[in-house]
Design a protein around this ligand. Structure first.
Ligand SMILES: Nc1ncnc2c1ncn2[C@@H]1O[C@H](COP(=O)(O)OP(=O)(O)OP(=O)(O)O)[C@@H](O)[C@H]1O
Ligand code: SF4
Ligand SMILES: [Mg+2]
Length: 364
């Protein structure tokens, strides 16, 4: 564990972060892909922030940039007071230990030729104690923490003999054995069977609370984001378009895109399951050819002609840490805006979808 405390400030500060990839257009020219654009977000110690959004919205790239698995094109990521772009040598090694990740696919991320015990011990070879018996004790403790018990028995097994949920527990043990301060979990349950998903999420939440872990939880699933996160950031075309405490975002979504995402959540009531829900049509834009102005404008039912397709709306705080990037909430009149001043039809959508959301997540 590091010496960083909550009084020292946010564990992670993302400031004006942009990540562009360059793909070859022809022999002589490249095309920039704007995967993440101008994202600023602080994560306090022990806080869980969920990042939600459609496929291609930049969630994974954002998570990877905070781990320096991909470089920032602009802006910076400051981890426990240090700009991670400048880390080298021992400082970089220390960062690699303190910031860990769990990825979507527990099948490809674990070597089939290694026993569970060796898989969990592997990170210790670089970052942990050199004494073999101390390593073994750490492995057993990590396996017990992820509730693979009897731990000694599981340590002897190979990954192919385990279920998807058990394999993801091994991935979690590998991340937790180094006692990190910060964890990125990128769709950690999307590839395991539905019956194990809640258990894995509860396990992550339990470990997070025990360790005061700062947690970036990337997901498509708003219901789980609501349950497991303190705040939710909604991404669209590489930008954060809405950021709020989890409850406020679900109960009082302001951005038309968030409202559309909520409206797409299945009905909790089985009798209403086939009821047609209002989902915004169209496809997300190509990150290599983003529209000018608000990237959501071509799909937005509330778009303001003459403004939305020309000007990119800034992210402004409305109230209680609720931020939104949308011309329906101009910065000038930002303070004191309440749901009563939300665009009327969308507000109605938001209320009904929030009610459904509540039901669906309560039942799950
Ligand atoms: N290495 C890369 N090279 C080129 N483009 C990339 C690369 N990685 C991601 N992209 C592009 O950047 C954009 C954001 O991708 P990213 O994987 O971050 O989205 P995502 O929100 O995680 O999507 P998903 O929900 O499908 O996982 C997409 O347009 C994607 O095609
Ligand atoms: S800025 Fe305009 S187009 Fe974009 S979400 Fe708001 S209303 Fe819709
Ligand atoms: Mg992704």
């Amino acid at each position: 564990m590091s010496e960083w405390t909550a009084e020292d400030g946010p564990v992670l500060r993302i400031e004006g972060l942009s990540v562009r990839f360059y793909v070859r257009k022809s022999f002589f020219s490249e095309r920039p892909i704007a995967a993440v654009t101008d994202v600023s977000l602080d994560l306090a110690m022990g806080e869980t922030v969920a990042v939600v959004g459609e496929s291609g919205s930049g969630k994974t790239t954002l998570g990877r940039a905070t781990l320096r698995l991909v470089d920032a094109s602009d802006g910076q990521v400051v981890f426990e007071g240090e700009d991670i772009a400048g880390l080298e040598g021992a400082a970089m090694l220390s960062f690699r230990r303190r910031a860990q990740a769990i990825f979507q696919d527990p099948f490809s991320s674990l070597s089939p030729y290694m026993r569970v015990g060796d898989l969990v011990a592997e990170p210790l070879v670089i970052h942990g104690p050199s004494d073999r018996s101390e390593q073994e004790a750490a492995v057993i403790e990590a396996l017990e923490q992820v509730k693979l018990s009897p731990a000694a028995e599981f340590a002897d097994k190979y990954p192919h003999t385990l279920s998807g949920g058990q394999r993801q527990r091994v991935s979690i043990a590998r991340a937790m054995v180094l006692e990190p301060d910060y964890l990125v979990a990128d769709e950690p349950v999307s590839m395991i069977d539905a019956s194990s998903r809640a258990e894995i999420l509860y396990l992550l939440k339990e470990l997070q609370a025990q360790r005061d872990l700062t947690f970036l939880y990337i997901t498509h699933d708003l219901a789980s984001a609501r349950h497991f996160a303190d705040r939710i950031a909604v991404m669209y075309a590489g930008r954060i378009v809405e950021l709020a405490p989890a409850e406020a975002l679900i109960e009082d979504a302001r951005h038309p895109y968030t409202q559309a995402l909520l409206a797409a959540v299945p009905e909790a009531d089985p009798q209403n399951r086939l009821r047609q829900r209002p989902v915004v049509g169209g496809e997300p834009p190509d990150a290599g050819d983003l529209p000018t102005g608000c990237a959501f404008a071509p799909r937005c039912p509330a778009a303001i002609a003459g403004t939305c397709e020309r000007e990119i709306p800034p992210l402004v705080e409305l109230d209680g840490g609720h931020e939104v990037a949308c011309h329906l909430y101009p910065a000038a009149s930002a303070s004191g805006v309440s749901s009563a001043t939300s665009p009327s039809s969308d507000a109605a959508d938001s209320t009904s979808s929030a009610a459904r959301m509540k039901g669906s997540s309560d039942s799950g």
